[in-house]
Ligand binder design. Sequence first.
Ligand code: 2DT
Ligand code: MG
Length: 212
Amino acid sequence: MACKRGALIVLEGVDKAGKTTQCKKLVQLLQQSGRPAEMMRFPERTTTIGQLVGAYLENKSDLEDHTVHLLFSANRWELVPLMKKKLEQGTTLVVDRYAFSGVAFTSAKPGFSLDWCMKPDVGLPKPDLVIFLKLSPAEAALRGQFGEERYETSVFQQAVQQKFEELFKDPSVNWQVIDASQSVQAVHENITILSQKIINTAQDLPLGELWK
Ligand code: 2DT
Ligand code: MG
C-alpha cells in the first residue's frame, strides 16, 4: 500500500497574531515526535513572482491592484507541484498564510468582491485544517507598532479582519478559531491538539480542491 499522505495545515490571522512563531513551533514539535513536517509561507518571496510581490509589499514598486492579486495567486500555484509531492510523500505541510489572506487582503480594498478575489485560487490543494489566530485590534496594538510594509496600518487590518470573518461562514473549509491573546505556549498546545487529530484523519482521505 502506498504511504499515507501528509496533512495540509494553514495558519491564518491578522498581523501580530503569532502565525510565524506558531508555525515554527508546530513543525518543531511534529519533527521531534517523528512525523515528517515542513513549513511553507505565502507569499514565498524567493521565486521570480515572489520577488515582484515582495518589492510591492516593501513599497519598492507599485502594482495595479488586480495585477498584484493575481501575482499572489500565481505564487501559490507555482508551488503546487512541490506541495503535492511533499504531501504524497507523507510530509505534513504547515503553511503561514494561504489563499484566505489573498482574498481577505484584496477584498479589503474598495471595488473588490469576495467572489472575484476567490476565483484565481479555486482548485488549489485544499487545507485539511485552517487555524485562525484571532486577536482584537486593541490587543494587536499592545504587541507594538506595525511595521513599514504595505497594509500594515490598523485601519486596513480591521477591514481585513472583517473579510476573514466573512470567509469563516464557508462550511466547505475546516476553520478552527483560536484565541491568540493567550500565552505562546497555550496557543501552541491548542494548535498541537487540532493538528495531531487532523494528521490522523487526513492520512486516509484524498486531498481536496479548494472552493470547488
Ligand atoms: P508576511 O510576509 O509578513 O506574512 O506579510 N498578502 C498575503 C496578500 O495581500 N495576499 C496574499 O495572497 C498573501 C498570501 C498579507 C505578507 C503580506 O502580504 C499580504 C501580508
Ligand atoms: Mg508574519
